[in-house]
Design a protein around this ligand. Structure first.
Ligand code: GDP
Length: 298
């Protein structure tokens, strides 16, 4: 995760090491290297622009020129600014005052929603909750069965379409699933929805209809960190079509260049709540912007 970006950033700092004073040329050369490293990692251009402008401004200021060790000071600035673009401080999942809390998952097909439903369910159980997963992805063949397997692995029950449960109609499945959760005192409902390979109007409408039917407390936009620059376009389309309250970055274990992670939160203004780092139910972590920034600069 972020290996190339990490290497490139540490190379950018290496020419500064040991210097007692930094000239403007030193700072400019470093900022240029940082800019290249971010662009090569697929970070969206507007994010790179504002990031490098802030780093340049702070690096030229008195806080650096007066520092005993200017290069360390620059690493610190980059760390703080990376934390900032990753969302600042970690945000907790929001629970409803009156259960059940409803969490809607949205994103493209293959983004990792169904896998995430199992991970979330497993994590929620470990936190003392009684989650229910709802299979409202009726588009993709086998999606319902996949969620049932995921639920079994996570030890979390699944509400799936059957005669009487709104067979064929994802909005009805979601609605009956939430009603079932209320009846049986499940305190969190995770609703898996259908995605398409690309953004399309009908998929957006369906997700919005499900949203209107179940009034979610959180809408999590799940995005594959490996799709690079497309992450921002997709995020913007979902922000407009469905809206979301948080982001989940999936497949951070791949050789992702990390650009999605560094762009989506900044561009959409929605915080990253979780990271998915593999196919197993436990390959899942809460997202901490400061820890992620430190990992990148390690
Ligand atoms: P959905 O269409 O959004 O529901 O996506 P799925 O949950 O079916 O995931 C698509 C594929 O990505 C599956 O083969 C998953 O096993 C895989 N996958 C999901 N999350 C991760 C992850 O964090 N890391 C890796 N390496 N694979 C993942």
């Amino acid at each position: 995760m972020f290996a190339t970006l990490s290497d490139r950033l540490s190379a950018a700092f290496s020419s500064l090491r040991g210097k007692g004073r930094l000239s403007e040329a030193d700072i400019e050369a470093t900022v240029t290297e940082i800019r290249r490293a971010l662009l090569d990692a697929d970070v969206a251009l507007p994010v790179v622009r504002s990031f490098t402008a802030t780093v340049r401004e702070r690096a030229s200021s008195a806080e650096v020129s007066r520092a005993l060790n200017p290069s360390q000071q620059i690493v610190k600035i980059v760390n703080e600014e990376l934390t900032q673009i990753l969302g600042g401080s970690a945000r907790e999942l929001r629970f409803a005052k009156r259960p059940p809390t409803v969490i809607l998952l949205a994103g493209l097909q293959g983004a990792g929603k169904t896998t995430l439903a199992g991970k979330l369910g497993h994590w929620l159980r470990s936190e003392g909750h009684t989650p229910l997963l709802v299979a409202a992805d009726l588009q993709r063949p086998n999606a319902v069965q996949q969620l049932q397997i995921v639920g079994e692995n996570a030890g979390v029950p699944v509400w799936a379409p059957e005669p009487g449960n709104g067979t064929g109609d994802p909005v009805a499945v979601a609605r009956t699933g939430v009603a079932h959760a209320k009846d049986r005192y499940y305190d969190v409902v995770v609703v898996d929805t259908a995605g398409r390979l690309g953004v399309d109007a009908e998929m957006m409408r369906q997700a919005a209809d499900i949203r209107d039917a179940v009034s979610p407390d959180e809408i999590l936009f799940v995005v594959d960190a490996m799709i690079g620059q497309d992450a921002v376009t997709t995020a913007n389309a979902f922000a407009e079509g469905v809206g979301f309250t948080g982001v989940v970055l999936s497949k951070l274990d791949g050789d992702a260049r990390g650009g999605a992670a560094l762009s989506v939160a900044q561009v959409t203004g929605a915080p990253v709540l979780f990271a998915s780092t593999g196919e197993k139910v436990t390959d899942f972590e809460r997202f901490h912007p400061d820890r992620m920034a430190s990992r990148i600069l390690d």
